[in-house]
Design a protein around this ligand. Sequence first.
Ligand code: GLA
Length: 375
Amino acid sequence: MLAQTPPMGWNSWNTFGPDIDASVVLETIDTFERAGLKAAGYEYIVIDDLWEADARVDGRLTWDPVKFPNGIKPLADYAHSKGLKFGIYSCAGSHTCAGKPASYGYEEVDAQTFAEWGVDFLKYDFCYAPPGISGPSLYRRMGQALRATGRPIVFSICEWGTHKPWEWGAQVGGHMWRTTGDIADSWQSILDIGFRRQIGLDAYAGPGHWNDPDMLVVGMYGKGNAAQGGCTDAEYRSHFSLWCLLAAPLMIGCDVRQMNAATRAILMNKEAIAINQDALGRQAYHVGAISHGPEVASVWAKPLEDGSIAVGLFNLGERNGRLVMVAWEALGLIENRPCRVRDVWRGEELGVFSGSFTTRVDRHDVALVTITPLR
Ligand code: GLA
């Protein structure tokens, strides 16, 4: 079964947008190996919109000959030769969001084309959808067409949460579905898409089917296609921690060829990734928000397979050193149960606690901990 844990990889859109080409893809594949991203679990190399030529040839989608002079299959083959997987983009309407030919009415032939190229992942967007056919039906058509190819292809639904895809995404063959519009590289966007819009969606995620709060902006620092001011390292750490807790697909959106030490430390933290990839496949629930005026703390909890609970204690306010607390009661633990607490970002055991755990968290930062009941 595909996507038993949230898919991990890279997508071209956030940084490259229209400027994606074969050499970026090849260098990204090389970087996956060289920089340790592959070893950390990142697997899918996904080309987003604007890989396409302006028109079909013999009824088939084809590539932009300038950006991809040798076509798409050699890129998929190269990814496979490095033990990676390869993904591409199309759209459920007549055109992609950037106006290129898309798959409405061509679902079967396009799925076949992608399978022939060795595609392992399809991101499927929702622009230019024809009137009179429901969103779920359009996605069902491509889900069916992909299955009929016989090739295992992760089906990534991107209809921005318009028709509550968490309610039907898995039934039409989706392995993940976007829950919102596009993320931007700003703290405001992380607050809105991550902290506000994911509340209550945890019931819909599980092995093989995941809520997708969009690609990561970690490491973009205001550069690229989704640019907007950028974030601090603390903000990127909070963003990544939340996505790990949410069991979100971890699709890197920065230019991995240019990662600095802070970006590498965030994207390749083994313990944070293990929380995201935990076999139980639970998405964190929102424990609660505590606010005193603009000083907001937010707490999220993700039950793990071994009986531990991963907890994110976030300071969304502007003051450093804010105390943030989680009570055992909110985690489903008996009050006096002693638990071992480990700080993920520090890589440190913090000791044994019962009843509750409280820690200081700086502005826009997070304490990501695992809480392990002692027997
Ligand atoms: C939509 C999607 C984005 C990206 C662009 C490409 O906006 O939501 O993630 O794929 O289209 O045009």
